[in-house]
Ligand binder design. Structure first.
Ligand SMILES: CSCCC(=O)C(=O)COP(=O)(O)O
Ligand SMILES: [Mg+2]
Length: 232
């Protein structure tokens, strides 16, 4: 098997706490989604996302911002990783980071491990349900300092595909020009690790105390509690 050359990171539950995403980012987006949609009606990306929400939720086209926002809030309550929700959240969060109103949480073991791996010549990428537009400022606005220079590439459900499908991992490896065996995926969700493994990737599950994955069944995947234990 080839040596690992890329480490690909999930965010929520892996680099960062679920609570920081839900009480930080989700709470910030909740009251701002409606005004954002109304203020950016002419933006083709916003129009397309709103149409997808209407379609996916069985609303009539042009249903109105109130109905669309009710669907978006319902998805957030259930933590549904729907692509149009992620697109709209990503735009709201990017504006929040730019305005200095948001900062990003990383578990204490993550920044030193990213710096160590980067210094060893390993390349780092992100694959998260969060839109690339929000992943970049997330790493730039880490509370202990900018981590964005450590990350070479970013993938989400738009440019790679669903996180539980093997084809998404094949697409990422092709985009990075590396064979599956040279890719290591770190995630807190066993189904995502299964999809990565099906594409020939190496995998490691994150079972962080206090996170939803604490009692997950990771099957045959190696499992760690911190990035300091990851074997590369
Ligand atoms: C700054 S990324 C926002 C996090 C987010 O919205 C999300 O859904 C993270 O999910 P993940 O796939 O990283 O578990
Ligand atoms: Mg996750």
């Amino acid at each position: 098997m080839s040596a690992v050359s890329w480490i690909v990171l999930d965010i929520e539950g892996t680099t960062s706490s679920t609570e920081s995403v839900h009480t930080g980012l989700y709470a910030y987006a909740r009251p701002r989604l409606g005004p954002w949609i109304d203020a950016h009606r002419d933006d083709p990306g916003v129009r397309e996302a709103v149409r997808r929400v209407e379609r996916d939720a069985g609303l009539p086209e042009g249903a109105g911002t109130g109905d669309v926002v009710r669907v978006l809030h319902g998805w957030m309550d259930a933590d549904v990783k729907a692509t149009p929700l992620k697109t709209l959240q990503g735009q709201v969060w990017a504006a929040g980071f730019a305005a200095g109103e948001l900062t990003a949480h990383f578990f204490a073991d993550v920044p030193p491990a990213l710096r160590r791996w980067h210094a060893r010549g390993l390349r780092l990428a992100v694959f998260s349900s969060g839109a690339v537009s929000s992943q970049r400022p997330w790493f730039r606005h880490a509370r202990d300092g900018d981590l964005s220079a450590l990350v070479d590439d970013h993938f989400d459900t738009v440019n790679a595909g669903p996180k539980r499908e093997r084809a998404s991992y094949e697409r990422i490896a092709a985009a990075l020009g590396a064979p599956g065996g040279a890719m290591l995926f770190l995630s807190d969700v066993p189904a995502e690790l299964d999809a990565a493994a099906a594409a020939g990737w190496r995998t490691t599950g994150l079972r962080r105390p206090g996170e939803p994955s604490e009692h997950a069944d990771f099957g045959g995947h190696p499992v760690v509690e911190t990035f300091g234990e990851v074997e590369v």
